[in-house]
Ligand binder design. Structure first.
Ligand SMILES: C[S@@+](CC[C@H](N)C(=O)[O-])C[C@H]1O[C@@H](n2cnc3c(N)ncnc32)[C@H](O)[C@@H]1O
Length: 195
């Protein structure tokens, strides 16, 4: 996303197409809404997840520079290190406290690849990562961990980012739903304004 620094990418590990469609989709939507520019789904290409993400991008505007699936996590990590010259952060409840580490991650001034798991993360990820970071030391969810990490990385400046090429945009309202259509047709506008 333009103007949101450092650039961030998400690497989602261990997606199980039968069980994880919804939660993996949510990790991508959170990544997009909270300022990340890249989203990688390793090992598998689940087209229903990809289609969902791309249809949100089409309607609500361009957040991602690149969405990719199907390469091994090693490939994505090596692309990040070699082409983006970035650092690798692994979110895990066993890691060091976010509050203590976040300034060091920001000071590195490099693009940040954020690894999130599903069930069990391969042991070597803990060694590959430059930072193993916990968002509290209790087990919870990759969606929550990712949202909080990105928000701390960007200090909230990502929340009201104006997405380029959006067809619809929300007009904040104290009551009800107001959605304006940008260059869209009347039907679309009415559909979105249904309470
Ligand atoms: C269902 S959890 C798996 C928990 C697992 N026992 C572990 O190794 O963290 C799926 C993912 O959520 C993220 N996660 C869960 N709790 C977290 C926490 N407290 N801090 C950071 N990340 C967390 C991690 O990325 C983890 O791989």
């Amino acid at each position: 996303m333009e103007g949101i620094e450092p650039q961030a990418g998400i690497l989602r590990l261990g997606h199980r197409p039968k069980r994880d469609k919804r939660i993996t989709t949510h990790t991508a939507l959170v990544a997009r809404a909270f300022g990340a520019s890249y989203y990688f789904l390793s090992e598998v290409c689940d087209m229903s997840v990809m289609d969902n993400v791309l249809s949100v991008e089409k309607r609500w505007g361009r957040g991602f520079k690149l969405v990719s699936c199907g390469l091994s996590y090693k490939d994505y990590i090596s692309i990040w290190r070699n082409y983006m010259k970035g650092v690798i952060v692994h979110l895990t409840m066993y890691g060091l406290e976010l509050e203590r580490e976040i300034d060091g991650i920001k000071k590195a001034g490099k693009p940040v690849l954020i690894i999130i798991g599903s069930e069990k993360v391969p042991g070597e990820i803990y060694k590959i990562a430059d930072f193993n970071i916990s968002v509290g030391n209790q087990p919870h969810s990759e969606v929550a961990a990712l949202a909080i990490f990105l928000d701390r990385l960007y200090n909230g400046q990502e929340l009201y980012y104006k997405f380029e090429d959006a067809k619809v945009q929300i007009e904040p309202s104290a009551s009800g739903k107001k959605v304006i259509s940008i260059g869209g047709n009347k039907d679309e506008k009415e559909k979105y304004n249904d309470a």
